[in-house]
Design a protein. Structure first.
Lengths: 417, 311, 301
């Protein structure tokens, strides 16, 4: 009897915890940016002040689980009201499956370029499903204080790069802070950093899409060989160190150079107590510096769940994302994420400004496998992640990695054409 | 005592049996069989099912496309057997050993020890997995310190415990062993305590030592329990997922070295970092696991158990 | 008989030194393994009270410690910043509410329905009785996880994906075979005369089960409770696949999620783990004797 009473009491206690105030509409926002909880709290404060009848809850999920979880939730007709969208294929698949709402008629979309909108619209450009938010630029962030102490300069060519790495190694430092426990890191932040310079940026990417270039071409083999040469400069036990751990080691001063991109700036600003600098991805020794190319990747956008219970309020939020107010508060809180809107924005963070300055010197492209190449099985990103990671760990040669990637894509992408 | 002559009113039978039967059939029996049915189809992008017969099963053993389902399946299968072997060779004998210690007559504080040793088993694998992942992380170096402390520095892998393909799976498995050792311990303890004291006293009179008593009397009498423990370990290991998921993620790295059938099933069904979900292949994998478990259980019921009890 | 026993004890030889050392060995081994069992938790708890830089530097040192270098000094590295961040950023209480609700309701119905079926199948003789029993008990050996692909489709088509009820129904289905198995053993031990006498007095079957039999099998109910409580509370698979959103998240899934979120923030991560350990470990410490007793009884079946 006592047990029955106890259980009943517990049940009664547990139920009311899900009741909320009825006059404020609660929206949930899903994302893979677990690093941004505090930053979004600040951004949302501005929104809540302007729209007190809506309350948005930022609820990120671990980035390796986010995509699968979202797809399943959308398939089940549930999921967050506001959805942070990956660019191109991944979000397109969710839209085509009916999980996301068509927002082509949202006022404010005219504040974005066609390139930006293209990443979150159907192939014919007719339907848009996410409001573009920011792009990120790939590069190398380094410990400027340490470099100054050791009398080192930021490298621009491949040999300069490896010379710096050797000097750091000799000084007893761990030169590179990238790790290989999470499969995607060396692929996204190694391969995608380097190939635009070693090959010909956007031109090469278009050629690959058209089938005129192959991953077994010489410039790609050069990229892979350069990447494979990073292995001795990685932290000890890097096969056990995950991305999140690596993100901590650099700002805590345990590693000297962090191959990555501008999206790390908010976190690093928080943790680092030394001066940071950034340098462009290095060029092959024989390349003309004026032909450089950077990965300026349209990265992140926000859309809405087709099955949300509060479509009106969700649209109000999405509209706010198209305004100059948002662009500014976002850039203030997320230096390193460059607003895709055409509104002029002031950048106060020096590191972010450094990244942005590269747009003036170099042409731009995006990450290789995000558009079209990851729609089938085996997807381009998957092939890249698996093969490049193993290559750095010494499991396959650069040639083998290139062959595998090409073979995987030959199997569906090129055979359909 | 069954009252054989009772014919209860029909509504009693319905009220007592039907609700449970419905829930059990709808939420347990049906999904298991329906999954097997779904393995015979390939789901399309719009959710419709296209009949492919045994093609999915063939792909698990010989995948002509570059998706490598066959390589991953055999890989996962092998790893699961290793996983099971480590459990059988480490967890169960140690559980028996600890139970043996706890069952010593007149052991002071036996209840306290028993409670302490069972604590890891009560915790969720999520907590246990994270604690050990942190302790194994080269940035913290706790486990490496301890191993070096006992002079075994040479076995510390350069890539870190969870990063070296050779050590990752054993280490993840041993964490599971560390956690669940309480279960066989309790089961063995129960059966050891149940052994008649007279039997032991009589043996002592005959001059048997503690060791003799253990091997000649206690061990044979706990064999049936050992059988139960073995089959339960088998069933649990072949769907194990949590251990690897918490410590290595769904990618089961390094390079799929910690991929077992449970994680392979999850990854294929739900997709991974860049892998698209393929529920049909997932159902196929689940069906294969089901048959493997079925064979194991039948082996236990009809071959192992009769032998153990007869002894 | 008893006299013989007394004789044996009295004539036991006095303990030699070797015997005494041998007698201490079990204690050494058990204490040693107890350290192995508890050390990891100890480490997590003490480090949850330090800030990020400190816990990397001195993992083995408790947050408030002392040293004898340069005279007696207190070393204070205490910091609750991890806990602050966890409480600010996670709906911890909500997760507990979900777990309590789901586990409680599931256990209630496993006990209720398990009892009624166990009673009916063991009490009444009717065609198909045996078949039904085997049908329902077979589920003990087959993990329900294998049916997940179909389960998700089922739950979605019933419109209960991502809800408490989906998990509850799954846990009931999972718990019934074991419950039925254990309860049947106890049902058979209830004397028939008691029930027949009640029937003669005009009692109906419902009354016999609920007012007469159930109080007699209380230990069995406790056993089933103990066997199912921890697996349901600690389950990760079904919350992950059937009910992942924050509103319905259980503690186990919640810890896994915010452990993932705090991967960059070891102080908060350790604080989260410590908090997650508290309820179950606390419950276990308070009820450990009943717990083990229940498991042992179930094991003997």
């Amino acid at each position: 009897m006592k047990k029955v009473i106890m259980v009943t009491l517990l049940l009664i206690l547990a139920l009311p915890m899900s009741l909320q105030a009825q006059d404020v509409v609660e929206l949930t926002m899903g994302s893979w940016r677990t690093e941004d909880i505090e930053q979004w709290a600040n951004i949302l404060e501005v929104f809540h002040a302007a729209h007190p009848e809506i309350h948005v809850n930022f609820e990120p999920t671990l980035n390796t689980e986010y995509d699968a979880q979202l797809t399943n939730q959308l398939a089940g007709g549930v999921g967050p009201d506001l959805i942070t969208c990956r660019p191109f294929d991944r979000a397109l698949l969710n839209y085509q499956a009916g999980g996301m709402a068509n927002i082509s008629d949202l006022p404010g979309l005219e504040n974005f370029s066609d390139v930006a909108l293209g990443a979150w619209s159907t192939d014919d450009g007719a339907e848009t499903y996410c409001v573009p938010m920011a792009s990120v630029i790939h590069g190398f962030i380094y410990n400027k204080t340490l470099f100054d102490e050791l009398g080192l300069e930021a490298p621009t060519t491949e040999s300069e790069f490896f010379a710096v790495l050797d000097a750091l190694l000799e000084a007893g430092e761990t030169p590179l802070g990238i790790s290989t426990k999470d499969q995607w890191t060396t692929a996204t932040m190694g391969f995608n950093n380097l190939w635009p310079n070693f090959c010909n940026g956007e031109e090469t990417r278009q050629a690959i899409l058209a089938g005129e270039a192959k991953f077994t071409d010489e410039c790609f083999i050069d990229v892979l060989e350069s990447l494979a040469a990073w292995a001795p400069y990685l932290p000890a036990g890097h096969e056990s160190i995950g991305y999140a751990d690596a993100q901590q080691t650099f700002p805590l001063g345990l590693t000297a150079i962090y191959p990555s991109g501008s999206w790390e700036i908010p976190l690093f600003n928080d943790l680092a107590d030394f001066e940071m600098g950034a340098f462009k991805p290095y060029l092959p020794d024989d390349k003309d510096p004026s032909e450089c190319s950077i990965s300026d990747h349209v990265d992140i956008a926000i859309g809405m769940n087709a099955n949300t219970e509060h479509p009106e309020e969700a649209r109000i939020f999405l509209e706010w994302l198209t305004t100059a107010d948002f662009a500014q508060v976002f850039s203030d809180n997320q230096p390193g994420f460059f607003s895709l809107s055409t509104h002029p924005v002031e950048l106060s963070d020096p590191l972010a400004a450094e990244f942005v300055s590269w747009r003036e010197d170099c042409t731009e492209t995006i990450r290789m496998f995000d558009q079209f190449l990851s729609r089938g099985e085996p997807g381009g990103n998957q092939l890249m992640n698996e093969n490049i990671n193993v290559m750095i760990q010494g499991g396959v040669t650069p040639q083998e990695a290139a062959d595998n990637i090409q073979a995987g894509l030959d199997d569906w992408y090129y055979s359909e054409d | 005592m069954r009252s054989n002559n009772i014919r209860p009113p029909w509504h009693v039978l319905v009220a007592f049996i039907v609700p449970a039967l419905i829930i059990y059939t709808v939420f347990m029996v049906y999904p298991l069989f329906d999954s097997m049915r779904l393995a015979l189809y390939q789901q399309q992008a719009d959710g419709s099912q296209v009949w492919v017969g045994l093609e999915n099963f063939i792909r698990l053993f010989n995948d002509e496309r570059t998706t490598d389902f066959d390589i991953r399946f055999i890989n996962a299968l092998l790893h699961t057997f290793i996983f099971f072997a480590i459990f059988m060779l480490v967890q169960n004998p140690m559980g028996l050993f600890l139970a043996g210690l706890l069952s010593i007559k007149g052991l002071r504080g036996a209840a306290v020890y028993r409670s302490i040793l069972f604590v890891p088993t009560t915790m969720s694998i999520v907590i246990v997995g994270w604690i050990w992942t942190l302790m194994l992380n080269p940035l913290w170096g706790i486990v490496s310190d301890i191993v070096a402390g006992v002079g075994l520095e040479s076995i510390i892998p350069k890539a870190g415990w969870l990063g070296d393909p050779n050590t990752a799976l054993p280490v993840v498995t041993l964490v599971g062993v560390w956690q669940y050792i309480g279960m066989p311990m309790i089961l063995f303890l129960a059966s050891l305590i149940g052994i008649d004291d007279d039997l032991i006293e009589a043996a002592k009179v005959d001059g048997a030592t503690g060791w003799d008593i253990f091997w000649r009397i206690k061990f044979p009498l706990v064999l049936p329990t050992a059988g139960v423990v073995a089959v339960l370990t088998f069933t649990a290991n072949f769907v194990a997922f949590d251990n690897v998921f918490v410590m290595q993620g769904t990618q089961a790295g390094p390079s799929f070295a910690t991929d077992i059938l449970g994680t392979y099933f999850y990854r294929v069904t739900f997709g991974g970092a860049s892998l698209l979900p393929n529920t049909s292949m997932g159902a196929t994998i689940a069906t294969m696991i089901f048959f493997i478990i079925l064979i194991g259980v039948l082996f236990y019921l009809f071959i192992l158990r009769p032998r153990l009890i007869r002894d | 008989m008893t006299q013989t026993k007394h004789k044996i004890i009295h004539t036991a030889p006095p303990k030699s030194l070797r015997d005494r050392i041998a007698g201490v060995i079990p204690y050494i081994l058990l204490t040693g393994y107890s350290v192995v069992a508890l050390f990891p938790m100890f480490l997590i708890v003490i480090n949850s009270f330090k800030d990020r830089k400190e816990l990397f530097r001195t993992p083995y040192q408790p947050p408030i410690w002392f040293t004898f270098e340069d005279g007696f000094q207190i070393l204070n590295t205490f910091s609750a910043e991890g806990y602050e961040r966890v409480f600010n950023q996670s709906p911890v209480l909500g997760y507990f509410a979900n777990s309590i609700f789901i586990t409680g309701v599931s256990l209630f119905f496993v006990l209720l329905l398990g009892t009624t079926v166990a009673y009916a199948l063991n009490e009444y003789n009717f065609r198909g009785n045996r078949v039904l029993y085997v049908f329902m008990v077979v589920g003990v050996m087959i993990p329900l996880r294998l049916g997940t692909v179909s389960l998700i489709k089922l739950v979605t088509s019933l419109g209960i994906y991502d809800t408490h009820i989906a998990l509850i129904l799954v846990y009931i289905a999972k718990g019934l075979p074991v419950g039925l198995f254990i309860l049947s053993e106890f049902m058979r031990q209830v004397p028939g005369e008691l029930k027949d006498a009640a029937r003669v007095d005009g009692a109906n079957e419902y009354w016999i089960l609920f007012a007469l039999v159930i109080p007699l099998i209380r230990p069995a109910l406790a056993t089933v409770l103990v066997f199912q409580l921890i697996p349901i509370w600690n389950d990760l698979w079904f919350p992950l696949t059937l009910a992942p959103s924050e509103g319905v998240r259980t503690v186990t899934l919640g810890v896994s999620s915010f452990a993932g979120q705090y991967k960059q923030d070891w102080s908060a991560l350790l604080a989260a783990l410590t908090l997650a350990m508290l309820p179950v470990t606390g419950l276990y410490i308070v009820f450990s004797r009943q717990f083990i007793r229940g498991l042992t009884r179930g094991a003997l079946k």
